[in-house]
Design a protein around this ligand. Structure first.
Ligand code: PMP
Length: 285
């Protein structure tokens, strides 16, 4: 079956889905995006992702390509036309097509592209059972990491370095030696006293929708979380480490650089939190 993409008002087979060479997303990375998980046919945390999309657009003064309800309709149509049961939707909004010039163009409509793909649940489950490794490296990104911009060069360089070193993810570190986040994930530790710790949201990190959902679930269950910065040293010497994202859910980390975390297997707290997050996905609360 051919994959179908939504491109500026049309549903097209992927091979026919094109954008203009003067799309500002292509020329300036002048755009934002969202990735929404589809689990058992259900969109996970749709409202959170749409709120963040609107916030990113607002921060960059890009007009919304359509109102929220029609966008939700297009998302469902993309899922339906691609027969997605478990997978993701990718959507990208750019400032639109205009002759190349740095200032915002006048009277240019924003461009919207949406695609969907299936994800392998068994592969993801195996990763969670074994745990993954991460490396640390300097965070060389700009000062507005709270905006989910398509300008991802530092993130892809970090992910490639992780891949080259046989790791799953790179956790980035600010000038003060504190961990910011992963190249496409949020970072968490459990300290030797069993305290769950994750960095506060600010312009320094993306406010992960999975991070927020997990925090909500933990609060509901009366589980304590410390929201504060943590150092590379704390990370490497943590009892447990895990990461969160829409596509990784809650994923245990068993190695940081050359440091084996715990006994080298996913920790019980991380696995418990993964279970809590998966229950949330199932219940759709
Ligand atoms: N940080 C960065 C830099 C990311 O790209 C992502 C993935 N969008 C995340 C964190 C995790 O966010 P979410 O839980 O919304 O997928």
């Amino acid at each position: 079956m051919s994959r179908i993409a939504y491109v500026n008002g049309q549903y097209l087979p992927h091979r026919m889905a094109h954008v203009h060479i003067e799309d500002r997303g292509y020329q300036f990375a002048d755009g934002v995006y969202e990735v929404v998980t589809v689990s058992s046919g259900k969109l996970i945390d749709e409202a959170g992702h749409l709120d963040r999309l609107w916030r990113s657009l607002g921060e960059l003064k890009i007009a919304a390509p359509m109102k929220r309800e029609p966008l939700k309709f297009v998302m469902r149509e993309v899922i339906r036309r691609n027969s997605i049961f478990d997978g993701i939707i990718y959507m990208q909004v750019t400032r639109g097509v205009a002759p190349r010039d740095h200032p915002f163009p006048d009277n240019t409509a924003p461009a919207l592209v949406m695609t969907a793909k299936r994800l392998s649940i068994p592969k993801a489950a195996k990763k969670a059972e074994e745990g993954v490794s991460v490396i640390t490296l300097p965070d060389i990104r700009w000062a507005r990491r709270d905006i989910k911009s398509v300008s991802l060069l530092p993130n892809i360089l970090a992910k490639q370095e992780a891949k080259d070193k046989g790791a799953y993810e790179a956790f980035m570190v600010d000038d003060a030696g504190m961990v910011t986040e992963g190249s496409s994930t949020n970072a968490w530790i459990v300290d030797q006293d069993g305290k769950i710790i994750t960095r506060e949201t600010s312009n320094s990190i993306l406010a992960g929708i999975t991070r927020a959902a997990l925090l909500r679930e933990l609060e509901e269950k009366g589980l304590e979380v410390e929201i504060r910065n943590f150092s590379v040293d704390e990370l490497q010497n943590a009892r447990e480490v895990f990461l969160t994202s829409s596509t990784s859910y809650v994923l245990p980390v068993v190695k940081v650089d050359d440091h084996v975390i715990g006994n080298g297997h996913p920790g019980s707290i991380s696995l418990n939190l993964r279970g809590i997050y998966q229950d949330f996905m199932t219940s759709g609360s």
